[in-house]
Design a protein around this ligand. Structure first.
Ligand code: SF4
Length: 376
């Protein structure tokens, strides 16, 4: 049987999410679900499937103790549906308690290492990306947003961490990669551990919401946290994992590198509609077969659009699943229904985001001042 492969920069292969427990140590989320009073749609629909030490964060929420939610975006031009999924988790976990603070890194160093984008180029995208997360519901009053390349603490920590990390250790986690990617992974460990520095209140639970393919970064930062526990008092960061969304073109994962595999929050609704109309589905070859055998939502990226993002509620997802598998629903009408919802969402998102561009610039400037006031 082909082994699962988790590659944060390339192609991941996940045949069975349950197997990620035995292969990589990702624990199932299910036993912790009863602890959520109002589960997010990611949790209630099984999109978030795994976790590491999530109970530590839930304990902080229950006991009104400080915790952080840490995430980031590579500002390489677009805000993809995968970025939206991470942002949805981030906004949800921020909302669970007034003691939760979001740290959001604009990963311009990684954009340089992985995509060769200059800091100047990525800076233009950064403001729009921040406006995107504001439009998705981030509370700016409990958020620290910064550019990786400007945050000396992150850079300094990555240098410190590099002393404890060997080439073999990086190879074991990431495989053979160029040095720039290893360096950007160490910088990302700096991002993840920064909320625990004394100037931000010291050690605390930190939750990192990620797609399953990003687990190598979580393993590295947890390993580093343990190695530097006596020096910094770090608590190993917690993580919650979401499933990867099937590509509209039929592949295993939507990818920024293949624009036709999904759409972004920058795309016009006409472009998104065109891609959905052309999408691969779990439908049968003929209408007669589909009526008789039903469709296959488990392999259908259009079904993922409903389940991951655009269904009104959980009952709507169940209805699509039922009508599909029973042959009541055909793919053409199913696509058309989601296209209408996507169009409404994108038009509304563009309107909100455009009105928040100034707020995004101000948030970045305000956070720059806040971070400088905490020393360098
Ligand atoms: S009916 Fe909808 S969910 Fe079912 S296979 Fe067709 S497009 Fe996918």
């Amino acid at each position: 049987m082909e082994k699962d492969r988790l590659d944060p920069w390339g192609t991941s292969v996940i045949k069975d999410y349950a197997r990620l427990q035995s292969e990589f140590g990702i624990e199932p989320l299910a036993p912790l679900v009863p602890r959520f009073k109002a589960p997010s749609h990611h949790i209630s629909r099984g999109i978030d499937f795994g976790q590491r030490d999530l109970a530590r964060v839930l304990d902080a929420v229950d006991n009104h103790k400080p915790y952080a939610v840490m995430s980031g975006i590579k500002p390489d031009g677009v805000f993809h549906l995968g970025n939206k999924m991470t942002a949805d988790d981030m906004v949800y976990f921020q909302s669970l308690s007034k003691k939760g603070t979001v740290y959001y890194s604009i990963a311009d160093v990684e954009a340089y290492a992985d995509n060769g984008l200059s800091f100047n180029e990525s800076s233009k995208t950064a403001v729009r990306n921040v406006a995107d997360i504001l439009a998705l519901g981030l509370d700016p009053d409990r958020a620290v947003v910064y550019k990786q390349s400007e945050e000396m603490r992150v850079m300094r920590m990555s240098t410190i961490f590099s002393r404890a990390v060997t080439n073999n250790m990086m190879k074991a986690i990431y495989g053979e990669r160029q040095l720039g990617l290893y360096m950007s992974a160490l910088i990302q460990a700096g991002d993840i551990l920064m909320p625990q520095l004394p100037e931000f209140g010291g050690p605390k639970p930190v939750l990192v919401p990620v797609g399953a393919d990003q687990d190598p970064h979580i393993r590295l930062s947890r390993d580093i946290a343990n190695r530097y526990r006596s020096e910094f008092g770090f608590i190993p960061p917690s993580a919650i994992y979401h499933r990867l969304e099937l590509a509209l073109t039929g592949g295993q994962k939507m990818s920024k590198r293949d624009p036709e595999s999904g759409f972004t929050l920058d795309d016009t609704s006409a472009d998104a509609s065109r891609r959905i109309r052309a999408a691969f589905t779990g439908g049968r070859d003929t209408v007669e077969e589909q009526r008789r055998l039903g469709g296959r939502p488990d392999i259908c990226p259009v079904y993922d659009l409903y389940r991951f993002h655009f269904a009104k509620d959980d009952e709507h997802v169940q209805r699509v699943d039922h009508e599909c598998t029973k042959g009541i629903r055909l793919c053409g009408e199913c696509k058309q229904e989601v296209i209408v919802t996507v169009k409404t969402f994108l038009d509304e998102h563009h309107r909100k985001r455009d009105s928040l561009m100034k707020d995004a610039e101000e948030l970045l400037a305000k956070n720059r001042d806040y971070l400088s006031s905490r020393g360098k």
